[in-house]
Ligand binder design. Sequence first.
Ligand code: PLP
Length: 433
Amino acid sequence: MKPEDKRNKFIPKAVYNVHKIIINKAEDFLIYDEKGDEYIDFTGSIGVLNVGNANSEVVKAIKEQAEKFTHACFHTYMHKPYIDLVEKLARITPGDFEKMGALFNSGAEAVENAMKIARHYTERPGIITFDYAFHGRTISTLSLTSKVNPYKKGFGPFLPEVYRVPYPYCFRGEKSFESEKECADFYIKVLEEHFIKYFDPETIAAVIIEPILGEGGFVVAPFDYLKRLREITKKHGILLIVDEIQSGFCRTGSMFYWEQTGLDYDMITLGKSIAGGLPLSAVIGKKELMENIQEGGLGGTFGGNPVSCAAALSAIEFMEKNELWKRANIIGEKIVKRLVELKEKSKYLADIRGKGAMIGIEFIKNKKTKEPFKEFVSKVIAKSREKGLLLISCGVYGNVIRTLMPLTINDEYLDKALDILVSSIMEVEREYE
Ligand SMILES: Cc1ncc(COP(=O)(O)O)c(C=O)c1O
């Protein structure tokens, strides 16, 4: 049986594949399928490969650790890679307060644990989440996640005491805004109205926010909104959880995006690119929150597996040594420059936004109504693949292309990828003339 047929026979369609190719080998930012066809990877396997696929330094660290011991559940006996990694994360995450952390397997698990810590500390049940949010696919993180189809459809009931408020998505707002400040003011007012109409802020343990939406469309929350949000959370004794699972580890032009805001926070959730492709996630937070929980209250069998921790230590060292955040800015500037030229001519390319190399490109059918144009994006993705570039979309409406390439991509291939992207957009545009 051919692998594609075997896949269809044994793996349900719910376990979706954006690109129906079977990868055989990867070299940094390049992917090869079984026929030997080469693709430039602009997906980074959804933001996991900031240091490149099969990064030789990470592979060396994995091998060395695997030869010593492949697993040690931290609850049975300790190991140095876990301890060293939490220390490292506490040092590189923003904020100069005393921090502690714990390691898990996936982003969703980190978010679940951040919720547990917040509830335990505040002795309150409520969690505030946002429109367009994505925090994972387990039942409790799905309760926070937006986008019904395919993520939530048929999987309820979800967690009680989760309150959803509008995200300051200025481009697609309830009204059009003259400035970011006006947008921020509007959405802060909406949040405060929720405290009057829908729920009591004194029952809320935490707000969880992606300062740049990932799955929800690569939307940057205005700084003024985040600043006021922090003030409001402080006023009501609500904890602020910053979810940097997608935006973290150099993607936005700094190790973590929150650094760029200079604002205070209580906990940060990390995952995806943390370990150069191995499964690992973390919650890092203020010591008083983390230390408040009874002995044995946090953990799991595999969380902080030593091979994953060794990979993470090596991936972070690679990021620091190569100042990968600087490269993210250079990549982002190149993308924006190419696309801004195109936007001027295009009828459908309506918004280019982001920070560093986390760039969202939004397509709409009509510049007045801003009706999302998902089919356009699907066609661009298909055409780009034919030409050797792998892309993925995002956004509740699936009408945004997002850039999550390894930050190790060189100029030659970046230019090649942008040529493919631009020519594919132009070709699809012609189809609609
Ligand atoms: C911001 C954010 N939080 C949480 C998650 C969930 O992570 P995982 O898929 O590793 O459970 C994701 C995954 O896309 C994410 O982007």
